[in-house]
Design a protein. Structure first.
Length: 516
């Protein structure tokens, strides 16, 4: 990338627009100070040494600190030791929450945390509709602390209970906290290890990227995805465990284990193509996947030479900008009381056809969090969703078929998403040209197939079936214009910056990492 262009991108990332109706986020400035932190524009520079260290950790056959059996023993001990329950309750039993008289919005008495309000969406192709949506303007921290043990980077992961998790505990980042939580609006305990991710950080920032979350359910929600390296001795709390990236990659094949917040941070980690030639003993698919990770360092920025890609990154960016320009979607926050085709009972807010989701209230009791008991609203999808990447090798390099997807709650409306995406099993109105293909493909073509949970702090039992499918000869050569074939390296390069790759595509990218 030319030096001027890099400086302009860095400046643009530092000058993010302030969201309408939100308060300034002072922690953004705090997060980039400190002697060892890099400026925002340079934080994501594809440093070959750092990427190689991540790759070494992802390939380390023998963990130098804890074996997988050690993890399993620790995980079982945390499950047995953790008290956790989350029960649905009527809205009237939510302590500190109320429906505002004038707007009908569901708000907290502190004015913090989040608001359930309405959203009106108008499109040129699909008409208009309204729906409830979660407005959480605060930017949270999703941070993984890494440390080298015997030459191998390890990630400090957390066993964390969330009210919406279907199984209580899931594997979370070192720090997973909203601003309201880590500033202790709830009056609870301090967030452990927060000092590594705010202010004068006690380490070197390796990854730092502001990313969106579910645009179908959140209004302009963003979190800071951070990886910080430390050389200090780190006191280890009972709920935390060191794991290599290889161990984490393999755990992504276990249902409902690695949570969404971990997956998005893991997706942002840059990998280098493994040293030396691609192993000839690997199957052709794995060989193509490994080639998709880079171009052997010929262009460390990966801007125009992406190692055998069908399209240069410049071409992809031009296509993506055109897709955003012609989208024709507008979204406007409205009072919850003005949402049509939805009904409110004492226990839930439900769409009249019961196809999309509900808003419910829950009461939580646990000894795993900063506060031991609380109540809150949650969004509950109707059934398991689907997110799939169709993949194919182009001249020996694996490509995934990404779609420029519009979602009403996204700050830029359009981001790159999976080939196929359905938010719930019952919502069949979504236009998905390749849905039948990925759901009827020969099972031998399925490379990854695991049900994983979405964010349990705001969503109740929200699960998605994540699929990676290898295209066969029957897959259409001509694809609609809102789709493009991209390499793994190109997706990772785009993740240096906000508003390019959506949350489901990031989860699928993390899942792809488990296949080598």
């Amino acid at each position: 990338m030319p030096d001027l262009q890099r400086r302009l991108l860095g400046w643009a990332c530092q000058k993010l627009p302030e969201l309408p109706g939100t308060q300034p986020e002072p922690e953004l400035g705090d997060c980039v100070t400190g002697a060892t932190s890099l400026s925002y524009g340079d934080t994501w520079r594809a440093d070959s040494h750092i990427a190689s260290q991540f790759t070494s950790s992802a390939m380390a056959a023998d963990p130098s600190l804890r074996s997988t059996s050690d993890f399993q023993e620790w995980w079982e001990s945390r499950r047995n030791a953790t008290r956790f329950s989350a029960e649905q309750v009527p809205f009237g039993d939510l302590e500190g929450w109320r429906f505002e008289r004038d707007t009908g919005n569901l708000t907290h008495e502190s004015g913090r945390f989040f608001v359930v309000q309405g959203l009106r969406i108008t499109t040129e192709q699909a008409g208009s509709w309204s729906q409830p949506i979660i407005n959480q303007s605060e930017i949270g921290i999703l941070g993984i602390l890494v440390k080298e043990f015997n030459g191998v980077l390890h990630c400090l992961m957390q066993a964390k209970a969330e009210p919406g998790n279907i199984n209580g505990l899931q594997l979370s980042p070192t720090v997973q906290a909203t601003r309201s939580n880590y500033t202790r609006v709830h009056g609870g305990a301090n967030t452990r290890y927060l000092e590594y991710f705010r202010g004068d950080r006690r380490g070197q920032t390796l990854v730092d990227s502001l990313q969106s979350e579910q645009g179908a359910w959140f209004w302009h929600k963003r979190n800071r995805n951070i990886v910080v390296r430390t050389d200090e001795d780190v006191p280890l709390h009972d709920d935390f465990h060191w794991l290599t990236l290889r161990q984490l990659r393999k755990m992504l094949t276990v249902e409902n284990l690695v949570n969404m917040d971990s997956r998005t941070v893991l997706a942002c980690i840059p990998y280098a193509r493994p040293q030396g030639p691609v192993p000839t003993d690997a199957d052709p698919y794995t060989q193509a996947l490994l080639r998709s990770y880079g171009n052997d360092g010929e262009d460390p920025d990966g801007y125009d030479d992406c190692g055998g890609s069908l399209h240069t990154l410049s071409e992809l960016l031009s296509w993506f900008t055109e897709a955003k320009t012609r989208c024709g979607w507008t979204a406007q926050p409205i009072p919850l009381a003005e949402v049509t085709d939805w009904s409110r009972t004492s226990h839930a807010i439900v769409d009249d056809e019961n196809r999309r989701f509900q808003v419910i209230g829950v009461s939580v009791d646990t000894d795993n969090r900063e506060v031991s008991a609380w109540t809150q609203p949650l969004l509950a999808p109707t059934g398991t969703g689907l997110a799939a990447f169709v993949t194919k090798a182009v001249d020996g390099v694996l490509h995934v078929l990404a779609r420029a997807r519009a979602e009403p709650g996204l700050l830029d409306v359009v981001e790159l998403g999976p080939t196929v995406r359905r938010t719930s099993a019952k919502d069949t109105d979504q236009d998905e040209p390749f849905f039948e293909y990925v759901t009827t493909v020969d099972s031998r073509r399925i490379r990854y197939d695991t049900v994983l949970s979405e964010e349990g702090g705001r969503f109740h039992h929200a699960r998605t079936r994540y699929l990676v499918v290898e295209a066969d000869d029957t897959f259409p050569a001509d694809i609609p214009d809102d789709y493009r074939w991209v390499t793994v390296q190109q997706l990772t390069t785009l993740l240096r910056h906000p508003h390019y790759v959506n949350i489901e595509a990031r989860s699928l990218l993390a899942c792809l990492h488990s296949l080598w």
